[in-house]
Design a protein around this ligand. Structure first.
Ligand code: F6R
Length: 234
């Protein structure tokens, strides 16, 4: 494992994807052990699949107890509950997260503005936010151009994002960059060659063109990458 620091952000680079997933699952577990009622912000997407797999393994070995953890998540496609279903399938159904502690965005809410306001208020300040990163640098669904103080809102997804995600609605609800930056700790996970350029840009000049570069504003941000994703970092 290689450890570096760029623009105030700590970066760990592991040889293999599995090692990244184990490290991230281990770090989440450590935070839950320190605070059983941890306010945890989850991400979805391909990147997170091996992380949930490792978390489930740790749960089965009785190394972690999710019963008091308060669960939030980054985003949801408008008109759907796709993210909820993903989390249900890959995580909630396999561990002891308490139903009453799950608080997600409702993409099917009748009044989306009110839903965003509700969520912004409910989320408050997270203890730990987990993030993936889009090829265009988005975090959550904060596409390029998003304000660094933005809150939970409806957003139109870029063509590049829609291409990466497959057949999904064009609009999504996402917590804001401002919402993310309020978290006490932020952990970004990245795999693969296709993310390497974006990740090095995120660790270069801060710019609205690369939403993840906003993370440089905060202390307590950690990037955990595989060798491919970290290959452009010197
Ligand atoms: C997911 C999310 C997105 C993804 C990003 C990467 O909740 O908010 O920011 O983390 O699009 O997606 P994958 O991991 O599928 O490459």
């Amino acid at each position: 494992m290689k450890k570096t620091k760029k623009r105030g952000i700590e970066v760990l680079v592991f040889a293999k994807e599995k090692e990244v997933a184990e490290e991230v699952a281990g770090l989440i577990t450590k935070e839950i052990r320190k605070k059983s009622g941890l306010r945890l912000g989850l991400a979805t997407g391909k990147t997170m699949i091996p992380v949930y797999r490792e978390l489930v393994k740790l749960y089965k070995k009785k190394k972690v107890n999710f019963s008091k953890v308060k669960i939030f998540s980054l985003d949801e496609y408008v008109g759907t509950n796709k993210m909820r279903n993903y989390l249900e399938k890959n995580f909630f159904s396999k561990v002891n997260v308490s139903r009453s502690n799950i608080n997600l965005l409702d993409g099917k809410a009748r009044n989306l503005n009110l839903e965003c306001k509700r969520y912004e208020k409910d989320i408050g300040r997270l203890d730990l936010q987990i993030l993936g990163i889009g090829r265009n640098g988005h975090i959550g669904f904060n596409e390029p151009g998003s304000g660094f103080r933005s809150n939970t809102r409806k957003i139109k997804l870029e063509r590049a994002t829609l291409k990466d995600k497959g057949k999904f609605p064009e609009f999504a609800l996402t917590i804001g960059i401002g919402t993310i930056l309020r978290a006490n700790k932020i952990l970004l996970v990245g795999f693969g060659k296709s993310k390497s350029e974006t990740i090095s840009s995120a660790l270069d000049k801060m710019s609205k063109k690369i939403p993840a570069s906003a993370l440089q504003r905060r202390k307590n941000v950690l990037f955990v990458l595989d060798k491919q994703a970290g290959k452009n970092l010197k």
